[in-house]
Design a protein around this ligand. Sequence first.
Ligand SMILES: Cc1ncc(COP(=O)(O)O)c(C=O)c1O
Length: 407
Amino acid sequence: MSEPMQTSKSRELYERAQAVIPKGVYGHYGPAVIDDGPVFFSSAEGARFTDVDGNSYIDWMCAYGPNILGYNHPGVEEAAEKQAADGSTVSLAAPVMVELAEELVDLVDGADWALFGKNGADATGLAVMIARAATGRRYILKIQGGYHGSAPWMQAPGNKGTIAEDQAFVIEVPWNDAQAVQTAIDAHPGDIACFISSPYHHPVFADNELPAEGYWAAVEGACRAAGIVVIVDEVRSGFRIDLAGAHVAYGFTPDLMCFGKAIGNGHPVAALAGSDELKGAAGETFFTGTQFFNAAPMAAALATLRELRSTDAAAAATETGIRLGEALTDVAAAHGHELRVSGVPAMPYLRVVGEGGSKFHARWISECIRRGAYLLSYHNNFVCTAHTDDDIKRTCDIADAAFTALA
Ligand SMILES: Cc1ncc(COP(=O)(O)O)c(C=O)c1O
């Protein structure tokens, strides 16, 4: 095993960044700035990226989800470049927007229309607005620890820059607790506009949890009975569980479906898809942005969706994720550790349990990063279709060396 990597150029850039950018690297990329790990990349290809110091990593974070077909995918890049050459942000909408909506409606079960923005929060924010427009109600029912973006109402109470009133009409219930959903509905009769949730629970710093048997059916039933709009937030999980939507795998029918991240394989585009019943309300809800009509990212998304479909990508990433989880579990066991793998296989949350707790786990992940396997300790990881069995084997060798280093 080679010596752990040097990251001095990343550190130099990070210092420069701190002078001119608050926190240097902010948002969700901020916590990844570990003591001596990489901070800035120089290039990416397939399932790997290279940092500014020239170190190469097998990337199990996939840019926090967008990379689903491999970085720099030829078909996706060609589509985006061709559209960019013809024009991207022009004074009229591009035909590719219609094609993309048609493709998404065809692919996603229960989707009759689509609207496009840039980030996942555009889709989730629009979804609750449409629900309020359609119902004339105020409250948003969500899951404790569920993340839907960075708009004030979506943030944790008490976060800097938010005020109590931002969350005044947000009710939180625990995951997998259909009775709590019913209790909340009963406590606010006729005033809950929507229930918004990811299809399974993928919080940070905690094992991820799949829906319990009958959970979604019970939640959907309670919402239908009370006239509440069901919103599934697939911004993170989209196209990694079922290409037709996770609701197909979990047996429920949402009214609105939010997508982002992987839909453009890294190109900036997000989508809200919905049922015919809400098309009128969707059309009447004000939603726009200067960059929302960029045609090149839409062309990238169209190529991505077609490639996902022709390669049965969700199934492929799931298979790879299963092999990764099993192989890493064996490596941990050989060192006397239990590795708990939770969530769905294409988005595995890893946690070394037992002695040493979360500190030991974080040190193990850090040792893996230093040796060339880019994983995160507090967030689920991601599998893309460019990951190979060789990547799994190399990751296991690295994981093995990381445990040895900590012994
Ligand atoms: C489930 C979920 N919803 C919404 C969002 C917000 O997406 P974005 O950061 O693109 O606005 C995220 C981002 O991580 C997410 O994981």
